[in-house]
Design a protein around this ligand. Structure first.
Ligand code: SF4
Length: 468
């Protein structure tokens, strides 16, 4: 068991974050001032704040940082990371950066070199963060500061993917709830939408799988959204049609007529065998068929998601999937790295692949980014999740001029977002970028029971007319 004893500080959170990069099952034991990694080697590390600096040491091996320009909390993480790097001969692409928004850190650094120097981020990742930040800012500039961005959530899916951690209801077990959910969503929209008196920069219908509804229900819902929300010709309207098996020609036509301009059709992998074993219940040919039908009907802005590091396939499979996706020429391609959260059917080792049994995911991603670059795709938004395989990242790529405004508005924490549906998170940005959040009940049944209460909470949050 590895233990880190804290001396002169109480940055348990930062210490645990760094330990989590190297080991699983991290536990804080505050009563004895330590954080432990039960699966680590039997060593004791002291992390201490001392006169004029910060030190992490273990026996004779010691890292002391005296840089007074860097906040102490950050130096505690930096010193511990450097010490563990030395003790384990292991390092991570994002160094001691454990936050989920590398572009926010890029914004604080003046150059990629500075990011590398402060956080020990590998140079290719610092460059990626800076390139992404530039694209993200250019797109964000097209989203007016006082505009509103709408999210409409549909937490239902036709089956549950094995790696899924999302609170999505599996339609095969919750079929009876879908109609009621649609009615509740419409009720919430009817109560809030007439009070919106701001320009809508974007409307994003996400999930789950929003196209899980029947043709008729989808037609009704999408038209109601169009009728109730004050969209204009500039409003970006996106629907995540994530699972291609839910995407019929009728639904595509309904969306086209309602002004949907962007779709996500997500294969995750272009290997049938993996799709089957992941319980996605669609094939590669379903993906191709849905994509081609959408293009035929006039959709030009289509995003396709892939996941690197999937269980059941070697890491380089993502490159093969990418080659196949290039043949379809979607406007956007998003590459996720498999990550581990609670509630996932997959085991921790299956997700994190600490022993590297699926090969070098890091190298495969580097190759994937280079292939995307050579085809003209630029990175325009990115985020990381805790417990991502090999400490990697998720990056959205777009051909020039095709990035999704909602994605950058939502990721930036610099634009207001109003959410509809169970589990949605609304955000308001105030002066000096102060952010307030308003969550919605996650439980679908509780949401269906009282959408008016959900609406009242949000109307109060947004101080919309007539509500106290
Ligand atoms: S499509 Fe997405 S939300 Fe639905 S089960 Fe699969 S991973 Fe989860």
């Amino acid at each position: 068991m590895l233990e880190v004893i804290l001396r002169g500080h109480d940055n348990y959170y930062g210490v645990a974050d760094i330990l989590r990069l190297f080991y699983d099952g991290i536990r804080e034991e505050r009563e004895v001032c330590r954080v432990i990694a039960p699966n680590g080697p039997d060593i004791s590390i002291i992390s201490s704040v001392e006169e004029g600096g910060v030190r992490a040491f273990c026996g004779d091996v010691s890292i002391r940082l005296d840089n007074s320009n860097i906040p102490v909390k950050r130096d505690i993480k930096r010193s511990l990371y450097k010490l563990l790097e030395k003790l384990t001969s292991q390092s991570f692409p994002w160094g001691c950066l454990t936050g989920i928004r590398p572009t926010l850190v890029a914004a604080e650094c003046s150059t990629p070199d500075e990011m590398t120097e402060i956080y020990f981020v590998r140079p290719d990742k610092s460059d990626l963060a800076f390139r992404t930040y530039r694209e993200e800012q250019a797109l964000l500039a097209t989203v007016p500061q006082d505009s509103l961005n709408i999210y409409i959530g549909v937490p239902f899916c036709p089956s549950r993917c094995e790696y899924c951690s999302f609170v999505a209801a599996d339609i095969s077990h919750h079929m009876g709830l879908l109609d009621d959910y649609e009615s509740a969503l419409i009720k919430e929209l009817e109560l809030i939408a007439p009070r919106i008196d701001r320009k809508l920069a974007s409307v994003y219908m996400g999930g789950g799988t929003p196209t899980v509804f029947s043709n008729q229900a989808m037609d009704r819902l999408i038209k109601t959204i169009r009728d109730l929300l004050p969209m204009d010709e500039d409003t970006e309207f996106t629907v995540e049609a994530g699972r291609p098996d839910t995407l019929s020609e009728n639904k595509l036509r309904s969306m086209m007529e309602a002004g949907v301009g962007r779709l996500c059709i997500n294969p995750q992998t272009m290997r049938d065998e993996t799709l089957l074993r992941l319980n996605r219940r669609h094939s590669v040919s379903d993906v191709v068929r849905a994509y081609q039908k959408a293009r035929e009907l006039g959709f030009t802005m289509i995003n396709m998601d892939l996941i690197a590091g999937l269980k059941y396939e070697p890491s380089e499979a993502v490159l093969d999937s990418l080659e196949q996706i290039f043949e379809l020429s979607p406007a956007n391609i998003t590459i996720h790295t498999l990550y581990k959260k609670r509630r996932t059917a997959m085991g921790r080792q299956d997700v994190l692949d600490r022993d590297g049994s699926r090969g070098d995911i890091d190298a495969a991603l580097r190759e994937a980014y280079s292939m995307l670059g050579s085809k003209g795709y630029d990175p325009y938004y990115m985020y990381r999740q805790k417990d991502t395989g090999h400490g990697l990242e998720n990056v959205g790529f777009a051909l020039p001029g095709t990035g999704c405004r909602y994605n950058v508005a939502m990721m930036s924490d610099r634009r207001d977002v109003l959410s509809f549906g169970a589990g949605g998170m609304s955000k308001r940005i105030f002066d000096n970028n102060r952010l307030e959040r308003c969550s919605t009940v996650k439980d679908v049944i509780a949401y269906i029971r009282d959408p008016a209460a959900v609406a009242a909470k949000k109307l109060r949050f947004y101080e919309l007319d007539g509500i106290q």
